[in-house]
Design a protein around this ligand. Structure first.
Ligand SMILES: Cc1ncc(COP(=O)(O)O)c(C=O)c1O
Length: 385
């Protein structure tokens, strides 16, 4: 197969070879159920405990505050429904640019009688902490704001929001699926009470994630059954996944700082290369408060999907910033919330770089994009926006 370039790391990442090596025995000879009291079970339990300890050390929290889940989606559901159901009613605050795992969970809670405020964002996709403060009511039971947006990479002012949440005694959930293991994250300094993180965004396996729950935060379990995870999440633990997540975190602890610097340079090289050669482009998201490897670019008068498919033919993987629902192409809700005009938003493409991305890859993507956008614009029927 010819060389392929993967610039879709915000969607998922390849499992790191050291992570895979550490997981493999747990599919084979170390297959025990951690709840079993015999040697096979104890071996599995020890592996789960070791991974939990590693993650706790990385986050600077207690190991017994971490619950393993099946994904960032479950962690978000658990945090928000768990908070809501522990109170039985009340008001939640979130934003319009959250992942669907948060937005749709909040919408469902609305349908169950809870009140929800969906905060607007500015043109960079940023929530204003003063808006959070203004939205707090006497019956506010939780605030859920993501750390960084998966589409445009904007990093939210989480410390300021955390301080407000703390002042008002409101539990603060942060979906850190796109930042955990990528940028520094100090849950104590940021005033966070609940943190969602996921394995497959950080070179760990899919289907494994976690929710950190500050001790004392009242949360009701959403999945019932056995006594697993201190009765907070029933179900036999995904032992190979947990081992992989633990190892992925250990590798990130070593690689994260150096990689962030490298990715900022590569991300800027990509944007500089494209804007120098393609007219009518714009970079979405915050210019500096942004994930190191994320460049979301609008190519005006071109449809995102045409670029994604055109680049795919050249062996380059990027993702569309718009969603195809029931056959009609809609602009991304994140870009709409940021006020990006529709004729720009329809041409949004997310390029997300990762640990194996090189300057050569970036230059090749620029070389691929320039003629493709020219061709697509030339083929556009007259009068079409
Ligand atoms: C910000 C954010 N939250 C939650 C999720 C869902 O995570 P998972 O794929 O592990 O369910 C994602 C995945 O794209 C994400 O980017």
């Amino acid at each position: 197969m010819s060389r392929r370039i993967y610039l879709d790391h915000n969607a998922s990442t390849p499992v790191h070879p050291e992570v895979l090596a550490e997981m493999l025995p747990y599919f084979g000879e170390r297959f025990g159920n951690p709840s079993s009291i015999h040697g096979f079970g104890r071996e599995a339990r020890a592996a789960v405990d070791a991974a939990r300890d590693r993650i706790a050390r990385f986050l600077g929290v207690r190991a017994d505050e971490i619950v393993f889940t099946s994904g960032g989606t479950e962690s978000d559901n658990f945090a928000i429904k768990g908070l809501a159901q522990a109170r039985g009613g009340g008001h939640l605050i979130t934003s319009r640019v959250e992942h669907h795992a948060v937005i749709r969970t909040c919408q469902w809670l609305e349908s169950q009688g809870f009140a929800v405020t969906f905060l607007d964002v500015d043109e960079h996709g940023m929530v204003d902490p003063d808006d959070v403060k203004r939205a707090i009511r006497g019956d506010t039971i939780g605030i859920s704001i993501m750390h960084a947006n998966s589409e445009v990479g904007t990093i939210q002012p989480v410390a300021a929001i955390g301080a407000i949440a703390r002042d008002h005694g409101v539990p603060f959930h942060v979906d850190a699926v796109q930042t955990f293991g990528k940028i520094p994250l100090d849950v104590q300094a940021l005033g966070i009470d609940l943190l969602s993180f996921s394995g497959h965004k950080i070179y760990g396996p899919k289907g494994i994630a976690g929710l950190w729950i500050r001790k004392g935060t009242k949360l009701v379990a959403v999945q019932h059954g056995g006594e697993h995870e201190r009765r907070r999440r029933a179900g036999t633990e995904n032992v190979p996944g947990i081992v992989g997540l633990g190892k992925a975190v250990e590798v990130r602890a070593q690689e994260m700082a150096g990689e962030a610097v490298r990715l900022v340079a590569l991300r800027d090289r990509l944007w500089d290369g494209i804007r120098a050669r393609v007219p009518e482009v714009r970079l979405n998201g915050h210019s500096t408060a942004r994930l190191p490897g994320t460049a979301n670019i609008c190519y005006r008068h071109v449809e995102s999907e045409s670029i994604v498919l055109g680049l795919d033919l050249k062996g380059i993987a990027v993702s569309a910033g718009s969603a195809c629902t029931s056959g009609s192409i809609e602009p991304s809700y994140v870009l709409v919330a940021m006020g990006v005009p529709v004729d720009w938003a329809m041409g949004a493409v997310r390029h997300s770089l990762g640990r194996t991305t090189t300057a050569e890859d970036v230059d090749e993507v620029v070389e691929g994009v320039v003629p493709l956008v020219e061709k697509l614009r030339a083929a556009r029927p007259a009068g079409v926006a």
